[in-house]
Design a protein around this ligand. Sequence first.
Ligand code: GLY
Length: 421
Amino acid sequence: MKVLIIGGGGREHAIAWKVAKSSKVKKLYCAPGNAGIQECAECIEIPVTNHEKLSDFALSKEIDLTIIGPDDPLAAGIVDVFEKKGLRVFGPRRNAAIIESSKIFAKDLMKKYNIPSAAYETFSSPDTAIEYLKTSKYPIVIKADGLALGKGVLICMDYDEAVKAVKSIMVDKQFGLAGNRIIIEDFIEGPEVSVLAFCDGTHILPMTSAQDHKRALDNDMGLNTGGMGTFSPSPFYTEKVDEFCKQYIYQPTMDAMKAEGRDFIGILFIGLMLTEDGPKVLEYNARFGDPEAQVVLPRLKNDLVEVFEACIDGGLDEIDLSFEQNAAVCVVLASDGYPEKYDKGFEIQGLEDFSVTDEYHVFHAATKKENGRILTNGGRVLGVTALGSNLKEARANAYKATEKIYFKNKYMRTDIGKAIE
Ligand code: GLY
């Protein structure tokens, strides 16, 4: 098979690494890819936003399967464009990707189909939202409706902070059009767990659990980021939690999307909060998590391409999904200053120590190759994943590995996975 992966971050590197291991795959392309993905795929300089050019490339190379990594092209309907040209593609169509691209759609869906989630109201005018905040209980959560690079959720401790958040989203357009409408949601508490699931429109097959660290600084301080590190599995995600989620969240979500005429085919990411009143859905995403994929895929035993094909063909119920009985920790090496201002273009040293083993992976998130040197090319630069027989061992291995890599403004959190030791 000839396979094309769309995207160029750490998630796509993890997908590419796993897809390249499939006995079915003879040739792998990635657009646009990065310096790490180049090691296992031929990278093509086409941006993820240019759906016509990407699908024409797939036609010209007779690509058998295209896998879409990031949220933006999914939300913009890249799958529909590929399908219209008769191409086989893995990911939800635009009418199903809306489960991520509109938080209001997702909340209304959960309300309509009794899927557990926090109570909420939606607003399209800042004045009405501010009026509502006068009688609200604090803390409170304010969310932009649309895609906002993972930064569109603000927890506000009091009325003044909440008013500032509403104005910044709806009036100053901090997140652009994504903030035309907002959700104001009750604050709920508990451990946050990410579950990624394969979906074929009818069946849903959850993978092993993971936990992300969204804040930039140690002890969950600082600004929200795309994710500074992950571990898998989550010790909070017990069998009892899994049973509850399968019965009241996962399958009901699949059924709800089908009932709405929006069959979901692809990866559904369910962001859960395990509250005292039971698991509740914080958010849905319509793709692999980043950096969740970097700890989940190295533990997956199945041939990933076979599972993708079962999703597309509707035979997921015949797949026996299995994971190694081990643990994985991913520490993100970022450019100091991320997620705000940072410099890039610095040479990365030490990568040669990681020439492919199954215990360590250095997934490139934002790198580029120039004159034979690998340079930093963004905020989150690398994801260093290590495996171990348990989380403690995996964590020690991951941090040991981070010491071998150097670039000028290297920054990482030092407490990934620490809280659960
Ligand atoms: N790690 C969170 C996300 O992928 O949205």
